[in-house]
Design a protein around this ligand. Structure first.
Ligand code: KG4
Ligand code: ZN
Length: 334
């Protein structure tokens, strides 16, 4: 069963063909980073217009690379939220039009559920319960995936009370003049620095599973204002260490509490080398499986939407064509 999936929730125009929710036959991602970097961040109106121009060619490319025609497909899926409203509308309208004209069911997918499924596209079968650390530009959540492989349920353990982890990377990079997107820029700068040079605060370190990153951002700003000549590489490395430390420590604690068999990471920040190594090491130490998707599966892509669509279609059936996009769409938690 092949699904054509479309993802346009932010500044990536992506399409993929995924078979049986597991086999990625093609995954095309056209990034608009170059267009937006001149502005230091994503400009929503420009993003929508770029999606409009790119969506047709990106879908054609995904179908061609998969060697697939409409007659081979079982459904067409698209991200319906959360994300930028204008961007979402372009992908969802295109997917509905393809589905309707080809006589196929449409499946609306939650972008964050897509990130949750990304690791399992490349890894072995789900071993539940799994604790998932979902860290993107808009979200930071610790989730327990439980139930059985055919009926997965999500339980929210904690989330950020202010900035998302990716947002903190983006804001601090911007403040330090390192450019956009901030995550990869900070990671690059941090390579030459000492992660122990500056003891930046770990937000809500002793609390439960909620996160806070706005104090850390303020601390970096204060540190730079107090000593403008500070070594940028040390600041970047120490900031990155503070984020990774708090993410990894809370994830480890949660995994122990729910007796998780595995830990999985997802979302753009999961592309961070320091976080990946830390999670891998702590899983080795604790005897848990680590699901660490390739970097391409951590950042926005349509393959993860295709995998989620396949599973949703079996569990809940198609989505009505009159469904609206929802910029604030939440995940369904038990
Ligand atoms: O999941 P994603 O591609 O888009 C959203 O759904 O938000 O995540 C984008 C976020 C950005 O904030 C970006 O700075 C961050 O992920 N990011 C990283 C890295 N690569 C991307 N953060 C830290 N280290 C990275 N290597
Ligand atoms: Zn994302």
């Amino acid at each position: 069963m092949k699904v054509l999936a479309i993802e346009t929730s932010c500044d990536e125009t992506a399409a993929a063909v995924v078979e049986d929710g597991r086999h990625v036959l093609s995954s095309v991602v056209s990034s608009q980073t170059d267009i937006h970097s001149a502005f230091g961040g994503v400009v929503p109106e420009i993003a929508s217009r770029a999606h409009l121009e790119l969506i047709g060619p990106v879908v054609s490319e995904a179908m061609a690379r998969a060697g697939t025609g409409p007659q081979d497909l079982a459904a067409v899926a698209a991200t319906v939220g959360p994300g930028l409203v204008g961007s979402l509308i372009v992908g969802v309208s295109a997917a509905k039009a393809y589905a309707w004209s080809w006589g196929l069911p449409f499946v609306g997918v939650n972008h964050m559920e897509g990130h949750l499924h990304a690791a399992f596209l490349e890894g072995p079968a789900l071993s539940l319960p799994t604790v998932v650390l979902l860290v993107s530009g808009g979200h930071t959540m610790l989730i327990c995936m439980e139930g059985s492989a055919g009926q997965v349920e999500y339980r929210l353990l904690g989330q950020t009370i202010d900035d998302a982890a990716g947002e903190a990377f983006d804001k601090v990079a911007r403040f330090l003049g390192l450019g956009y997107p901030g995550g990869p820029a900070i990671e690059r700068a941090a390579r030459e620095g000492d992660p122990r040079a500056i003891a930046f605060p770990r937000g809500l370190a002793t609390g439960g599973y909620d996160f806070s990153f706005s104090g850390l951002k303020t601390s970096v700003v204060r540190y730079m204002k107090a000593g403008p000549g500070a070594e940028l590489a040390d600041v970047a490395a120490s900031f990155q260490e503070a984020v990774v430390d708090v993410l990894a420590t809370k994830t480890r604690k949660a995994a122990a509490e729910v007796q998780a068999k595995a830990i999985c990471i997802g979302g753009g920040v999961a592309a961070n080398t320091s976080l990946r190594e830390r999670v891998k090491q702590m899983c080795e130490d604790d005897g848990r499986t680590a699901f660490i998707p390739s970097r391409a599966m951590c950042t926005d892509n349509a393959a993860m939407i295709g995998a989620t669509a396949w599973y949703r279609l079996r569990q809940y059936g198609p989505t009505p064509l009159d469904v609206a996009v929802d910029p604030n769409l939440a995940l369904d938690f038990v």
